[in-house]
Design a protein around this ligand. Structure first.
Ligand code: TYC
Length: 130
């Protein structure tokens, strides 16, 4: 006999799919209904790149300090990324969910402005998210 999903029902805080499993006379205490836990519908959040743009005026040392401070890089990694941005025009500092990416970029831009440098940090969708 075909199993027909008829509705969903909450049991002890857990969402369950309720399916009809047979004729009424096969009573099993569930009124002819078999219950199975619903598959958790979890999705990873879309990810965003935090990108640093090159300019002619921000000191290299300031950019290295930014990468250490806001992106938890060690000095060697921060220097590599700074030089990549310097030579290629832009570079990725990290990849995060949208809110974290936006907050990091805002903090970097605010710190640069407070320090009198034109450094620009932007957020863009990560490859697979576009
Ligand atoms: N081009 C800058 C200089 O020569 C250094 C620099 C690197 C600036 C990376 C910004 O995102 C940047 N002083």
């Amino acid at each position: 006999m075909a199993i027909t999903q008829i509705r969903e029902k909450s049991v002890a805080m857990e969402r369950v799919d309720v399916v009809c499993s047979g004729p009424k006379d096969e009573e099993d205490g569930d009124g002819g209904l078999a219950v199975a836990p619903a598959k958790p519908k979890l999705k990873r959040p879309p990810l965003f790149k935090v990108v640093l743009l090159n300019d002619d005026y921000t000191p290299m040392e300031f950019v290295v300090d930014i990468l250490e401070r806001f992106f938890n890089m060690n000095r060697e990694k921060a220097t590599q990324v700074m030089l990549a941005v310097h030579t290629q025009g832009k570079g990725v500092c990290g990849i995060y969910p949208r809110d974290i990416a936006e907050t990091k970029a805002t903090h970097v831009n605010q710190h640069a402005r407070d320090s009198g440098h034109p450094l620009l940090c932007e957020v863009e969708p990560s490859e697979d998210e576009e």
